[in-house]
Design a protein around this ligand. Sequence first.
Ligand code: G6P
Length: 612
Amino acid sequence: MCGIVGYIGKKDCVSFLIEGLKRVEYRGYDSAGIVVLDESSSSIHIKKSVGKIIDLEKKIDNRDIGNLGLAHTRWATHGEPSMENSHPHISNNKKIYLVHNGIIENYISLQKRLEAKGYKFYSETDTEILVNLIESYYTDDIELAVKKALFDVKGTYGIGVLHVDEPDKLIVARLGSPLLIGIGENENYFASDPASVISKTDDVVYLDDKEIGVIYKDRVVHKNLEDEIITKNIEKIDIDVQEIEKDGYEHFMLKEIFQQPRTLIDTMRGRIILDEGTTNLGGLRQHPQVYNALIKAEKIYIIACGTSWHSALIGEYMIEEYAKIPVEVEYASEFRYRDPIISEKTVVIAISQSGETADTLAALKEAKRKGAYTIGLCNVVGSTISKVTDAGVYLHAGPEIGVASTKAFTSQVMALALITVDIARHKDMSFREGYKIVKEMKLLPTLINSILDNSMVVKDIALKFKDAKNFLYLGRGFNFPVALEGALKLKEISYIHAEGYPAAEMKHGPIALIDKDMPVIFIAIKDAIYDKVITNMKEVKARNGVIITIASYGDEEIESISDYVIKIPDTTNLLMPILTVIPLQLLAYYIAVEKGFNVDMPRNLAKSVTVE
Ligand code: G6P
């Protein structure tokens, strides 16, 4: 979603700001803008463009220089992508420049108040209201004006502010939208994502909610909104620059699919105790109260959005079957607005790759307010959700750049399996069963490699079906959520309508759609409900449907009922989704590439959805 970058120092910062924006391009945006101030000549230069950052770059010429500045990528919420609506926004007196992530919810009442004072507005954005609100409070101190304005604001913000009469400083503040300050030598930076500053520094300070940073060239002053100076820790960014490069792959998504054998090892590292047939998650055990509450929980809610919601569903199957605790999976956006029944015996697990998804964060806050213990499963270290939860498990999958989530999904499923075994071993799960599962976990990377080695089989199928208008994905048990995830991947990047269903549910509706033009993907691995899935496949065949099956190695019977078969190795049932999803990720990828779409940045989607 929106990205923010800022710089103050002695050097020309245009290329740093543009590079910083490019580092967050993957998060999704539809316009971009930059403002730089040259202190020596007191000249200000602002450029905006609708579309890609490359279009913004084309507008910048060698007169556009400055030693402090702000840049922004905007994902439209209030008003369409346009020059007027893109950031930076300028106050009426043309002195204050603002970039903003988040949403000012009470912007209409603020707008009326400002209009009564004679302010004019030229965009449809809430951000333009905020910059003028700041101006309305300004006498001679931008820091003070920002603080006063923020007191009036309801909603969320991560902001960067520049005043042309105070070129020695930039002001940043946050409430609900991520913001960090990068510490350099005689220069400082800020950004909404650490990837934007990593080329300059790995020393950063993460702002917490309702905090302000006054950033000078050679120092940073941290305050809260009450104007008290606060002490903040400098932390190290935990990103390897190579992780945010394509590394020879055509797309980030392909790289991330092929990284999965390694990312799963990273998720498991140090967490398996083979000779005890169990697992050990430091982020849970270090919080004994939460850990005990989890083991003794009478009810677990798992809240998430998108792909993370699909891994949550797999978590429900796992925890109920092995740890014997009732689990309810909820879309975070629904959970937050209904009245879920929560007692002190309820534990709420939030799953979020980014750790910033606004709906998940808000649902989590609601769960905390109602007294539940909360646990976060996040990939991004230091993200908001990882901070507000009582305990957590990091995925350690490394930065995921492709908008369509792949490696984070398999790591989420792995993290849920690790948690399940940990709880279950405190209950009825025997050493023998625990041992079998954790041993299988360790084999998964090799098994995934064998699937990836056969990716050409999937590519051939993709070429045959790239022009299909609809797809149906069917699976049962642990593989039903995988069917949902396969359908979502296809929708997200190839814009083909696809639906996932539990295979048996097909006869209650979707069967009406089946004809020779409807490819139906079955996940039919040799498990306890294999025979039931075969029956469902026959129902499709009887209606001339075209069947593509994800099947187990050595299953000969499946060939006669399927038109195309993708064979994969077997593992224990709760880990199977980690294998069955791989061909579906590849299928979506190859179809999107064949159709010529921008796989890493699909239209309208954002990697991290920081608005409601
Ligand atoms: C967006 C992304 C999805 C992601 C979802 C939840 O919609 O495009 O890929 O699954 O947000 O994101 P989270 O970071 O909370 O897992």
